[in-house]
Design a protein around this ligand. Structure first.
Ligand code: P6P
Length: 349
């Protein structure tokens, strides 16, 4: 009796299948020269912290967590909102899980914080973050974000982390990214091999790949600056802003850097925070705002310089909370600005 073996139907690969952040990180691990799973653990810790913070941000209007933390202020002198204190605590807690992080630095803490060892594990990374950037917008329900930067420590793994482990130029970041708590919650990061975005699906509690290999448009029709300071900007910045207006570029400024940069990453444009009388060296922090966002934007094909046209990622930091001016976004627009600075700047470049 002949037997015919019925061929089981072949399962076709589903081009639209969900790829979670965890799966993507683990699969990308082989691309990373230090692929020993260390960085994988760290990125997963940040993903967990983002989910926890997202839960509280999304109900900030409903619980007493909104509003200012009892009169406290952070090293920037910003009044601490309760939610950024909460976000700071959760990030620190989660970064202890994998045992890969030996110390952290945060906008909310004056000094670096050593992370207790997990067993005998030697951790090789330090993490810097702004736990809730734009937190002054929380009370008015405007998007806020978390910004993070990861470096390999320079100090010996046997001893405690040192300040020098954090004072590294942005070009030495091994990973950087942000979480935007907006109409949806998206985590965008890079390990130096392009930029990918993951949108949180609350129904399954997972960040799912939604923006593969993000590339910033070469140019754009938007400029992003606090126009209210126009009269306080240096001549070259005022001339460039006049140029943007003459070109009929749209002005979009949310007052939450992560939101403004994310929009520019997708639609194109340029974000400026020049020097002002109140912030002669710029307002934004080099180590945990400018560097990580410059790393992501450059990985997506964009540019990021300071008001003296120095590449942000090449700046050698001197202090943990030092500030920087910044112009960041589409390469064509940053190059346009460079021409105005070269032509009108009173200072030697
Ligand atoms: P200004 C928020 O406080 C922040 O640090 C960035 O997120 C934002 O881009 C900037 O400051 C807004 O500053 O002076 O325009 O209110």
């Amino acid at each position: 009796m002949s037997t015919t073996t019925k061929k089981s139907p072949e399962i076709k690969p589903n081009a639209n299948r969900i790829i979670t952040l965890d799966e993507f990180i683990i699969r990308s691990e082989k691309d990373f020269e230090f692929a020993t799973g260390e960085l994988t653990g760290l990125l997963r810790d940040i993903g967990v912290a983002a989910k926890i913070v997202n839960r509280e941000v999304n109900k900030a209007g409903l619980v007493s967590i909104v509003g200012e933390a009892d009169g406290a202020s952070n090293t920037s002198g910003d009044t601490q909102q309760k939610l950024d204190v909460y976000a700071n605590e959760k990030l620190i807690e989660c970064l202890q899980n994998s045992g890969e992080c030996c110390a952290i630095a945060s906008e909310e803490n004056d000094d670096i914080q050593l992370i207790p060892k997990v067993g005998s594990k030697q951790s090789h990374y330090v993490v810097l973050f702004d736990p809730l950037d734009g937190s002054s917008n929380i009370d008015v329900n405007v998007s806020v974000g978390t910004i993070f930067a990861i470096y390999r420590r320079k100090s010996p793994a046997e001893g405690p982390a040192q300040l020098d482990d954090f004072l590294q130029p942005g070009i030495r970041q091994v990973a950087a990214g942000y979480v935007l708590y907006g109409t949806s919650t998206i985590l965008v990061y890079s390990t130096g091999r392009g930029v990918n975005g993951f949108t949180l699906d609350p129904s399954i509690g997972e960040f799912c790949l939604s923006h593969r290999n993000m590339r910033i448009p070469d140019s754009g029709n938007y400029y992003s600056v606090n126009q209210g300071y126009y009269s306080k900007f240096d001549l070259e910045m005022r001339r460039y802003i006049d140029h943007c207006s003459d070109q009929n570029y749209g002005l979009r400024y949310i007052g939450s850097m992560v939101s403004d940069i994310h929009r520019i990453l997708i639609q194109g444009g340029i974000f400026l925070y020049p020097s002002t009388r109140k912030f002669p060296k710029g307002k934004l922090r080099l180590l945990y705002e400018c560097n990580p966002l410059a790393f992501v934007v450059e990985q997506a094909g964009g540019k990021a310089v300071n008001a003296q046209l120095k590449r942000i990622l090449d700046i050698e930091p001197k202090e943990l909370h030092q500030r920087s001016t910044i112009a960041i976004g589409s390469p064509v627009l940053v190059d346009e600005l460079k021409a105005f600075i070269e032509r009108y700047s009173a200072l030697p470049l």
